[in-house]
Design a protein around this ligand. Structure first.
Ligand code: ADP
Ligand code: ZN
Length: 307
């Protein structure tokens, strides 16, 4: 089934047309500047693809906040965002000329869907995906369905305990100060240490601090959502050995509560890296457009890319 997929990010929009299993092979990138500049380029690309061969649906995973309730007239509309000019952009309206269904969700919900159906979590029923980058955001997929209520999860703004070893204990979230995002996002790390985490060196105290903050998040998610896996993606997670440090911190923090997560092997299975670090939002948007039925993806048809 030929569908159009779009991932809308703070720095770039990525789009591709094709089948979810192969969609990452050819995609186009457009810089995120203003809607007046970015969206016409996106539409030109889609029009050219449609002319080659029509697509039957459009899926988009975008930065938010975003209206995601199809029964509400804010569906597909960007809410109050820190990105200038993007508030009130209405994706369903922008793509109306193709006269195909437009499915909209957040970039992290789309990523969670992709990892759940095709990626690292393809054997799991209850999946949380979290990106740790410019911001922190998460999506939840349970039994192949995106889990959300009247608004999407806001995992990045959960409250965590500030470490006594934190040299900048006042976090940078403009709403909450020291919520998770205020303490552990890429910009929060750079504000604290004046450098990216990956440049600090493996034994730098900033690494343990970061692992502690993300382990607190994992523990909260584990205890509330009871996921089979928590997948950690985003720029900050490219720091070598951060994943291993988070797993260790989490195991110590859990302190044998829930015996099934007491072993190293169980924690390694629980906390995973994404299979599609660069493209999960795009793949998820394609799955969303298609209706994401697991039956379409038998193990034989698409190779498992889990790491
Ligand atoms: P975005 O969140 O804008 O989609 P990223 O997920 O790449 O993009 O996140 C960008 C943030 O991640 C930056 O604040 C930067 O500090 C951090 N970052 C990017 N690459 C790395 C890396 N290799 N190691 C550590 N931190 C990184
Ligand atoms: Zn916050």
């Amino acid at each position: 089934m030929r569908v159009a997929a779009i991932e809308g990010g703070g720095t770039k929009f990525v789009a591709a047309v094709g089948n979810p299993g192969s969609i990452t092979e050819q995609c186009t990138r457009i810089a995120t500047t203003t809607p007046g500049e970015t969206l016409p380029q996106l539409l030109d690309y889609l029009r050219a693809e449609y002319k080659k061969e029509p697509f039957s649906a459009i899926g988009i995973g975008s930065f938010g906040p975003l209206g995601i309730d199809p029964n509400n007239n804010t569906y597909g509309v960007i809410g109050p965002t820190t990105k200038p000019h993007w508030e009130n952009v209405n994706f369903t309206k922008e793509f109306a000329e193709f006269q195909v269904p437009v499915a909209v969700t957040t970039d992290v919900n789309a990523a969670a869907l992709a990892e759940s159906i095709l990626g690292s979590a393809r054997s799991c029923h209850r999946v949380v995906y979290v990106t740790v980058g410019t911001g922190i955001g998460g999506g939840i997929v349970i039994n192949d369905q995106i889990e959300q209520g009247r608004f999407h999860p806001e995992i990045g703004h959960m409250r965590i305990t500030v470490s006594p070893e934190d040299p900048t204990p006042n976090g940078s979230c403009i709403f909450h100060g020291n919520c998770l995002e205020g303490l552990a996002s890429g910009p929060a790390i750079e504000r604290r240490w004046g450098a990216k985490l990956s440049t600090l060196g493996e034994n730098h105290s900033g690494q343990k601090l970061q692992a502690n903050y993300l382990a607190q998040m994992c523990m909260n998610l584990l205890l509330t959502i009871t996921p089979d896996t928590i997948i950690l993606g985003g720029g900050v997670m490219q720091t070598p050995s951060l994943l291993a440090k988070i797993r260790l911190e989490l195991r110590v923090m859990m302190n044998h509560y829930l015996p099934q997560f007491a072993s190293e092997a169980a924690i390694n299975k629980l906390i995973r890296a994404p299979a599609y670090p660069a493209f999960s939002g795009l793949v998820g948007a394609a799955l969303l457009a298609q209706g994401f039925h697991r039956e379409l993806y038998s193990k034989e048809s698409i190779p498992c890319r889990a790491t």
